[in-house]
Design a protein around this ligand. Structure first.
Ligand SMILES: *[C@@H]1O[C@H](CO)[C@@H](O)[C@H](O)[C@H]1NC(C)=O
Ligand SMILES: *[C@@H]1O[C@H](CO)[C@@H](O)[C@H](O)[C@H]1NC(C)=O
Ligand SMILES: *[C@@H]1O[C@H](CO)[C@@H](O)[C@H](O)[C@H]1NC(C)=O
Ligand SMILES: *[C@@H]1O[C@H](CO)[C@@H](O)[C@H](O)[C@H]1NC(C)=O
Length: 427
C-alpha cells in the first residue's frame, strides 16, 4: 500500500516535471538579415529545421526565432556561415515560462476573479472560468445572449456572446465582431477581449456604444489549443485535432477559404500548417458561420493577436483592399490613441498592410472577412509584448501580467474610436 502510494507520487511528480521542463534549453534569438540574399538563406533554414519563427527577419526589421536545444548548434553554425548576425534574447525559454507561471499565480492571488463588476483583467482565466463568466452575464443581463457555434475535437463548445440593447433585431445598427485567442499562445489577447466585455456590460461608461451598436465577442476562438497551451505546452498555437500520425493540429488562421495554401505550410508538423483542406477545422467553420449569420451587418471585425504592436489590414498576399486608404487612416488614428494613452512603456505602435509589416499569410480570418463576407473594416491587432529592455518584441508571447491592464485599457480606447467611426461613416 505504502509502496503503491510512493509509486503514485513518483508518477505524478514525473508528469509534473515533464510538463515543467518542456522548453528547457530552448533559446530565443534575434536575427538580423542585411539583404534579400541572407533573407533567402534564412528562409531555407527555417523550413529545413522547421524553426519556430515568432517574427520574421527582413532587411527592414530583425526577427525573433525560437530554437530547440538539439538544433541550436546547427542553427548557429548555418547563420555564421551565411554571415547572418544573431544575438540571444532569452537563453533558456523554460526559465522565462517558469517566471511567467510564478507571476501569474501571484496575480491570481491578488485578483478579484469574477464579480458583479465583471471579470478581472490582471490575470489569465481558464476556458471554464471564461465560460462561467459568460454564463453569469447571460443570466444577469438582458443585453447579453450566450451562444455556441460548434464543438471542438476535444468536445469544448465554441462559445461567444452577443451584446445588444435590442436583441440584435434592429438591422440599422452596425455590428462589431471581436475575437481573441485564434492562436493559442497569444494569451494577452484574452484580457483585452474580456475588458471590452466588461466595458459593454458590467461597467458601462460609454452608453452610446451599447445603444447604437451591436457586439459579438468570441473570447476563445481556439478552445482546445488554449487549454493545451495553459496546461501542457505553453507555446502551442494550433488547434488539437488529430490530423496525422506524426503531429497534431491545424493553424486555424491559415485554414479559411481565401488564397488557401499560398503562404502557409503543407507540413503537418509546422505551426503554419494550413490543414488538409479549406475550412477543414470546426473552429474555422464556426467563425465562418458567425460571419454568415450577420453578413451585411458586420462593419468592423477585429482579430486580436500578439505580438509586435501593430494595427494590420489586408491582404495577406500583399495586395490592398479597395478601401486601403481609409483602413490606413483609421489605423493611424488607432495607433495614435494607443500611443498617447500611456507614454511610459512601449508605445510605438505602427500601422500597415500585414504582408508588408509582418509577413505574407494566406487563409487568414481577416482577409476572409473582407473578401468573402464583405466586412468593410477588418483588422488584425498585434498586441504589445512590453519587453523590458526597450525593444517592443523582447519576450514575444510571454507578457508580464502586470501589463495586461494597460494593454486592455489602451486597446479599448482604440476599439471605441473605431466602432464609433464605422457607426458614423456608413460604408
Ligand atoms: C451575477 O449575479 C450573481 C447573483 O446576484 C452575482 O453573484 C454575480 O457576481 C453576478 N455576476 C456577474 C458577472 O454579473
Ligand atoms: C433574443 O433573440 C434570440 C434569438 O436570436 C432568442 O432566442 C431570445 O429569446 C431573444 N431574447 C429576448 C429577450 O427576446
Ligand atoms: C469602471 O470603468 C472605469 C473607467 O474605465 C474605471 O475607472 C473603473 O475602475 C471601473 N470600475 C470597476 C469596478 O472596474
Ligand atoms: C502607465 O503604465 C504604468 C505601468 O503599466 C502605470 O504604472 C501608470 O500608472 C500608467 N500611467 C497612466 C497615465 O496611465
Amino acid at each position: 500500500m505504502a509502496l503503491c502510494r510512493i509509486v503514485f507520487v513518483l508518477v505524478l511528480f514525473g508528469l509534473v516535471s515533464a510538463k515543467l521542463k518542456q522548453y528547457d534549453g530552448f533559446t530565443l534569438y534575434e536575427v538580423v538579415v542585411e539583404n534579400t540574399e541572407q533573407e533567402m538563406v534564412f528562409n531555407k533554414l527555417e523550413s529545413e529545421l522547421n524553426l519556430d519563427v515568432w517574427s520574421r527577419a527582413t532587411p527592414e526589421q530583425s526577427g525573433r526565432i525560437l530554437v530547440s536545444k538539439s538544433e541550436k548548434t546547427e542553427f548557429e553554425n548555418e547563420l555564421s556561415t551565411a554571415g547572418i548576425k544573431h544575438t540571444i534574447v532569452v537563453e533558456n525559454m523554460e526559465e522565462l515560462i517558469e517566471l511567467e507561471r510564478k507571476q501569474l499565480s501571484e496575480a491570481d492571488e491578488m485578483s478579484a476573479g469574477i464579480n458583479m463588476y465583471g471579470i478581472a483583467i490582471d490575470t489569465m482565466h481558464t476556458y471554464d472560468q471564461v465560460n462561467s463568466f459568460l454564463e453569469q452575464l447571460a443570466n444577469n443581463y438582458t443585453s447579453v445572449n450566450l451562444l455556441s457555434q460548434g464543438t471542438t475535437f476535444e468536445g469544448r463548445p465554441i462559445n461567444y456572446i452577443r451584446i445588444s440593447s435590442s436583441n440584435f433585431t434592429d438591422y440599422n445598427k452596425p455590428v462589431v465582431f471581436i475575437q481573441s485567442l485564434i492562436q493559442a499562445r497569444e494569451w494577452i489577447s484574452l484580457p483585452v477581449a474580456l475588458h471590452a466585455i466588461n466595458k459593454l456590460v458590467t461597467n458601462i461608461t460609454d452608453s452610446d456604444l451599447v445603444n447604437t451598436i451591436d457586439w459579438i465577442i468570441l473570447p476563445i476562438a481556439n478552445p482546445d489549443g488554449y487549454h493545451y497551451s495553459s496546461t501542457i505546452s505553453r507555446l502551442w498555437t494550433k488547434n488539437r485535432r488529430a490530423v496525422g500520425s506524426e503531429c497534431v493540429g491545424v493553424n486555424i488562421n491559415r485554414n479559411f477559404d481565401i488564397n488557401f495554401g499560398a503562404h502557409s505550410s503543407s507540413n503537418i508538423c509546422s505551426d503554419n500548417y494550413h490543414g488538409p483542406d479549406t475550412e477543414s477545422e470546426i473552429e474555422t467553420r464556426s467563425i465562418r458561420d458567425i460571419l454568415i449569420l450577420h453578413q451585411g451587418r458586420i462593419k468592423l471585425f477585429l482579430n486580436l493577436q500578439s505580438f509586435g504592436s501593430h494595427i494590420l489590414y489586408g491582404f495577406g498576399t500583399g495586395g490592398l483592399p479597395g478601401n486601403a486608404l481609409i483602413l490606413n487612416f483609421l489605423g493611424v488614428q488607432m495607433t495614435s490613441i494607443i500611443n498617447a494613452f500611456n507614454s511610459s512603456k512601449d508605445n510605438d505602435y505602427t500601422v500597415g498592410n500585414i504582408a508588408a509589416v509582418v509577413a505574407a499569410e494566406s487563409g487568414n480570418v481577416m482577409d476572409y472577412a473582407t473578401l468573402v463576407r464583405n466586412v468593410p473594416y477588418s483588422y488584425t491587432i498585434k498586441l504589445p509584448s512590453y519587453g523590458n529592455s526597450g525593444s517592443v518584441s523582447d519576450n514575444g508571447y510571454i507578457v508580464d501580467p502586470s501589463y495586461f491592464t494597460q494593454a486592455a485599457e489602451e486597446t479599448w480606447e482604440a476599439i471605441k474610436y473605431c466602432a464609433r467611426f464605422v457607426r458614423d461613416n456608413p460604408f
